[in-house]
Design a protein around this ligand. Structure first.
Ligand SMILES: *[C@@H]1O[C@H](CO)[C@@H](O)[C@H](O)[C@H]1NC(C)=O
Ligand SMILES: *[C@@H]1O[C@H](CO)[C@@H](O)[C@H](O)[C@H]1NC(C)=O
Ligand SMILES: *[C@@H]1O[C@H](CO)[C@@H](O)[C@H](O)[C@H]1NC(C)=O
Ligand SMILES: *[C@@H]1O[C@H](CO)[C@@H](O)[C@H](O)[C@H]1NC(C)=O
Ligand SMILES: *[C@@H]1O[C@H](CO)[C@@H](O)[C@H](O)[C@H]1NC(C)=O
Length: 240
């Protein structure tokens, strides 16, 4: 008995091994992800998130998300504005923000919980983000809108939705009303601040002085290039 069942096992093994590889690949097998999902890779695959990837990186929020995805029991949701969304902002919108404000802007697009598209339909507003401000979600049918108070747009496309990470495409950057009370003028200097403004804006006391210094430097050079390219494109397009 035992020797025949051993033979049977061997025959079964041989049969399994001889299955053509194409069949073996299409066979339904539970795909076990080897680690937490890689947000940067997901966005790179999307092909239109260069600006957001860069911001995630320079603000070091990308590293924070990577760490959170590995440890969070709630998961995360990332609302990813496209390059067109960033290009549509008036010049200096991002660049005029302090490094800390840039971090807040990016964190405003990260929710500390996994939300399927359906779950946004019944969520209670405002929804907490990883920034200091919340977002409002409204839905109807399959359409979900998100509002920062100053900006409202629709969740266009599901880039990824498998716990612990949900990622949606946005065609607008969500500007927190608290950072953008009124649209910043495109080509005038920032309004003069109170007396002694130069010293108060120099370095805000922060627990992350080292990292904000890094953010500042890398961002400044990057933004210069981006603004330059945008200007060239705009001028070229306008003259053509
Ligand atoms: C995530 O993907 C990016 C781009 O493909 C890669 O540079 C990075 O090393 C990956 N991170 C991890 C933790 O695998
Ligand atoms: C992120 O920044 C590091 C340097 O801080 C750089 O080496 C890396 O290429 C950047 N990654 C992306 C995807 O921009
Ligand atoms: C995730 O956490 C485990 C231990 O909790 C660690 O071994 C692993 O390197 C972490 N992976 C990443 C991508 O951080
Ligand atoms: C979502 O916003 C669009 C405009 O961007 C509007 O036409 C639509 O009615 C809104 N939908 C919901 C469910 O609020
Ligand atoms: C969310 O909606 C509430 C109630 O309508 C409103 O008071 C609040 O300002 C809204 N917040 C945002 C971020 O849109």
């Amino acid at each position: 008995m035992s020797s025949s069942s051993a033979l049977f096992s061997l025959a079964l093994l041989a049969a399994l091994l001889s299955v053509p590889s194409s069949l073996a690949q299409t066979a339904p097998s539970p795909s076990v992800p080897s680690g937490p999902p890689n947000l940067t890779a997901i966005l790179e695959k999307g092909g239109q998130y260069t600006f957001f990837i860069r911001l995630l990186n320079t603000t070091q929020v990308a590293a924070q998300i990577e760490n959170q995805l590995n440890t969070s029991t709630e998961g995360l949701t990332v609302l990813a504005p496209t390059d067109n969304a960033f290009n549509a902002l008036s010049a200096g919108t991002i660049n005029n923000l302090s490094p800390e404000q840039q971090v807040q802007l990016v964190l405003y697009h990260v929710l500390p919980k996994f939300y399927s598209l359906q779950s946004f339909l019944t969520v209670s507003n405002p929804v907490r983000t990883q920034a200091n401000y919340g977002l409002n979600f409204t839905g109807q049918g399959n359409q979900v809108n998100v509002s920062s108070g100053t900006v409202e747009t629709q969740l266009n496309n599901v880039l990824y939705s498998q716990f612990p990470l949900a990622t949606y495409e946005l065609d607008k950057v969500l500007l927190p009303a608290q950072l953008f009370e009124s649209p910043p003028p495109a080509s005038s200097p920032p309004p003069p601040s109170k007396s002694g403004g130069s010293s108060t804006t120099a370095t805000a006391p922060s627990t992350s002085d080292k990292s904000s210094g890094l953010v500042d430097r890398s961002w400044t050079s990057g933004a210069g290039v981006v603004v330059g390219v945008v200007l060239m494109v705009l001028m070229g397009g306008g003259l053509a």
